[in-house]
Design a protein around this ligand. Structure first.
Ligand SMILES: [Zn+2]
Length: 336
């Protein structure tokens, strides 16, 4: 059996004809297997959805309980059979509930890793390499320039800035699923135990993380309607990036604007966004982690998707690993 017979791209997403399912389809389909809850991977409107319980819960929080006609929870490490194809989910270390999906038939195993990272993250299970013949990897930060610094060091820069500017609020842009909770957990681990203010758009997901046993400490609303904006002096306020374009952000007097993203490695990006304090915190693997992970899977073939495919394909070829870009469209990660 050829790998491309087991799994291949279609306009809806990666398709497995033998099992008649799609992985992370971008259009409504009869059966979807979903790696994680970010909006570009997890869409509403499928007939049947198979995903981890956390991903199903997150989809219900975001889209409402009727986001799919039927759902089935996949337990990590357990095998399900769909039309003679063995399917199993394994931790991806990206956000709460995120999983790689292994697809196996006639002794050929392909792992679709979705989005993943290798750094320790107190808010989700660590990535587990899965041995496979074909590894499908993301390539969000697949250029040698991307080497993420230690996340604890980035958080210390935020804490130091708060101490340095006690009269200013620190507004931290962080994606609402995963990054926001990770920033909060990292702040707690670094000893910041006072209330952290969160934008309303983060409330449900933070409460959900808490309900899954991820302690986030005291959280308070970041509403500034009561005519006393000065009360946010010296406070950390976290909001989704989109909120920074809203009137909401302008109500804080002279804030320090921070943004937590792997893209903050690029100074120009930070400048364009008017970010004063760029925090290089990524939920994706950096260059070294991508190539280390490819090695750990033992895959003899790599398919590269959504990101900077060319450099990684080239690296694989130079290192004797067959590789090709998948050119899947519709994945612009909301959690970089
Ligand atoms: Zn993602």
């Amino acid at each position: 059996m050829r790998a491309s017979d087991l799994l291949h791209p279609r306009p809806e997403g990666l398709y497995c004809p033998a099992g008649d399912f799609f992985i992370d389809p971008v259009r409504p389909v009869a059966r979807a297997l979903i790696t994680h809850g970010h909006a570009d991977h997890a869409r509403a409107g499928h007939q049947a959805v198979l995903a981890t319980q956390e991903t199903l819960d997150i989809m219900a929080l975001r889209y409402g309980a009727n986001f799919a006609a039927s759902t089935q929870a996949a337990r990590l490490g357990e095998t399900t059979t769909l039309g003679g194809v063995r399917v199993s989910f394994h931790p991806a270390g990206h956000v709460l509930g995120s999983a790689q999906i292994a697809v196996e038939k006639n002794g050929l195993r392909i792992v679709a890793s979705g989005d993943y990272k290798r750094r320790r993250d107190p808010t989700c299970r660590a990535f587990e390499p899965v041995a496979c013949d074909v590894f499908i990897t993301e390539a969000t930060f697949a250029l040698p320039v991307f080497r993420h610094p230690d996340d604890r060091g980035e958080i210390v820069r935020l804490i130091k800035s708060v101490a340095q500017f006690p009269e200013r609020a620190h507004l931290v842009g962080a994606y609402s699923l995963g990054k926001a909770q990770r920033v909060i957990a990292l702040l707690r681990a670094a000893g910041h135990d006072g209330p952290i203010h969160i934008h309303g758009a983060l409330e449900k997901l933070c409460a959900y993380y808490e309900s899954r046993g991820i302690a986030l400490g005291p959280l308070a609303p970041a509403t500034v309607d009561d005519g006393d904006p000065g009360r946010f002096a010296g406070k950390i306020v976290i909001g989704p990036p989109a909120a920074f374009a809203e009137r909401w952000a302008r109500r804080f007097p002279d804030p320090v604007s921070a943004f937590a993203s792997g893209w903050m490695r690029i100074r120009q990006r930070a400048k364009q966004r008017g970010v004063e304090l760029p925090l290089i915190l990524s939920d994706h693997a950096d260059w070294d982690e991508l190539i280390d992970t490819i090695g750990e899977t033992g895959a003899s073939e790599v398919w590269v998707t959504h990101g900077r495919e060319e450099a990684l394909v080239r690296w694989c070829e130079l290192n004797g690993i067959k590789a090709r870009p998948l050119h899947l469209v519709g994945y612009e990660d909301e959690g970089d």
